[in-house]
Design a protein around this ligand. Structure first.
Ligand code: ATP
Ligand code: MG
Length: 391
């Protein structure tokens, strides 16, 4: 067993010794079999939440009503979830009824894809009700049960399908893909935050090109905020390098779709990105949309936005521009107003000024002069510059 699963073994054993069934489930089983790194270890058990809590010294009520208790063991958190079935799903996103059951099989049935519906017990035996092992071996994403029905229950699963495709490079099984194409419009029932998570995972995955092809071809893309009318396939870029951050994803989109600043901002807001992301991405895209760069443009973009722009240029096959941007960014005389040899206080003293907007204007002028290399960033030179301005 990989280390994270080894570490969680005492949790399974404690449950087993108390007479309950307990299994590793979901992504950690799939990733163990694929020999991929494991990020979180999820456990499923026949024990009810109160029973789970009674067996462990430290627990957190993560989602008691859904049957999830977090067990804290050796400073690691393990989500332990009671076997359950789900029914209802009148709103295409969450079940109206969750019922705790004592059967593993019923729990596995509610899971989205066969490769995610595997359970592994403490003895190392894999429980595979739906051919998940075979799907992992040949490589395919296939819904558990009737694809159409499963996407009606929870439309987010359609996004998860294309996300897993991008992560593993597996094709989506024919019926499953047809189910997505039929039901793509149901994506509008899902909260944008949840779509966002899956879309970014898709974009940061190694096989984003495959995921994007399905995302576009099934029509899912056109039901995402402000994506209609744009081609998502081009977002794969020219390079097979994985993208390194969410901000790069949005910068790539702004650049390749040639979005004007207001439209870019509106798209970023519609996807509920953070203000920080909006700021950085907007600056990076502004930089990318210029025909030529003055040092002042690079300075105003800032190091972080310039790095975003560089990564996007690399991904879109413009490595010489990326190189130029990097070199010029590295050789800027200063990177922020704090780097100036003179601060606001010094300016006020030299020119006998009271605090006010004039000080800000002079600071800006100094920055422009230094960045454009009209004067060196030294106290004497800056002082002279100020005094000349006064005369
Ligand atoms: P990741 O590697 O991204 O964590 P994961 O498969 O573990 O992938 P999670 O969102 O952590 O995904 O969910 C854990 C498990 O819960 C899944 O493997 C799947 O069995 C089940 N699951 C999660 N979301 C859904 C859903 N929307 N519908 C049905 N089953 C789901
Ligand atoms: Mg997981």
């Amino acid at each position: 067993l990989p280390q994270p699963l080894q570490d969680a073994l005492p949790v399974l054993q404690t449950l087993n010794q108390a007479g309950f069934q307990a299994y590793y489930v979901g992504g950690c089983v799939r990733d163990t079999i694929l020999q991929r790194p494991i990020h979180d270890v999820d456990l499923a058990t026949s024990a009810y939440p109160a029973e789970i809590k009674s067996l462990f010294a430290q627990t957190i009520d993560t989602g008691i009503q859904h049957g999830t208790v977090t067990v804290v063991l050796n400073h690691e958190n393990y989500e332990v979830t009671t076997f359950r079935t789900e029914s209802g799903y009148q709103d295409y996103r969450r079940p109206d009824h969750v019922e705790f059951v004592r059967s593993l099989d019923m729990d596995l049935q509610r899971r989205d894809f066969t490769i995610n519906a595997l359970a592994l017990d403490a003895t190392g035996e894999v429980h595979d009700l739906f051919g998940g092992l075979e799907d992992l071996r040949r490589g395919q994403i296939r819904a558990v049960g009737q694809a159409e029905a499963r996407f009606h229950e929870d439309a987010l699963r359609m996004m998860r399908a294309v996300r897993f495709q991008a992560q593993f490079g597996f094709p989506i099984a024919e019926q499953t893909l047809a189910g997505i194409t039929q039901n793509a419009a149901l994506l509008t029932k899902i909260a944008v935050e949840r779509i966002h998570v899956e879309f970014i995972k898709l974009m940061l995955a190694p096989y984003r090109k495959l995921g994007l092809d399905s995302f576009q071809a099934t029509g899912l893309a056109s039901y995402c905020p402000q994506f209609k009318g744009h081609d998502c396939r081009c977002l794969a870029g020219q390079s097979s390098q994985p993208l390194t951050s969410e901000a790069v994803v949005w910068t790539l989109i702004g650049y390749l779709w040639q979005l004007p600043p207001t439209q870019l901002r509106s798209l970023l807001r519609a996807w509920k990105t953070t203000n920080e992301t909006q700021k950085r991405v907007t600056r990076a895209v502004t930089l990318l949309q210029l025909n030529t760069w003055r040092d002042w443009d690079l300075y105003q973009a800032g190091t972080k936005s310039s790095q975003l722009a560089q990564e996007v240029l690399l991904v879109t096959g413009k490595s010489n521009w990326a190189q130029e941007l990097q070199e010029r960014q590295e050789h800027l005389p200063i990177y922020c107003s704090q780097d100036l040899a003179l601060g606001g206080q010094a300016i006020m003293e030299i020119l006998h000024l009271a605090p006010g907007p004039e000080v800000g204007r002079l600071l800006e002028e100094l920055q422009q002069a230094v960045v454009a290399r009209k004067i060196p960033n030294q106290v004497i030179a800056l002082t002279q510059f100020l005094q000349q301005k006064r005369n």
